[in-house]
Design a protein around this ligand. Structure first.
Ligand SMILES: [Zn+2]
Length: 71
């Protein structure tokens, strides 16, 4: 008697690796295959990390304009 179930694998479109299609490896997404996101959790977290706004926004041009026209 076996209680093991076959878990389908799902390919992550972020890293092209196949992972078990479970919520342990993928975030839940209603639109995704198996109801899971197309990216594995690792890729999601890397994506979020790379988008983490440590970058400073560009300095607005307003200051240059003021300096030039302020004389
Ligand atoms: Zn991945």
């Amino acid at each position: 008697m076996t209680t093991l179930e076959e878990v389908p694998e799902k390919e992550c479109t972020g890293c092209d690796e196949s992972w078990p299609a479970t919520r342990e490896y993928f975030n839940v997404s209603a639109k995704g295959v198996y109801g899971l996101h197309s990216w594995c959790k690792a890729c999601m977290s890397e994506d979020y990390r790379s988008r983490n706004p440590l970058k400073r926004p560009p300095v607005p041009d307003v200051f240059g304009v003021n300096l030039r026209g302020g004389a």
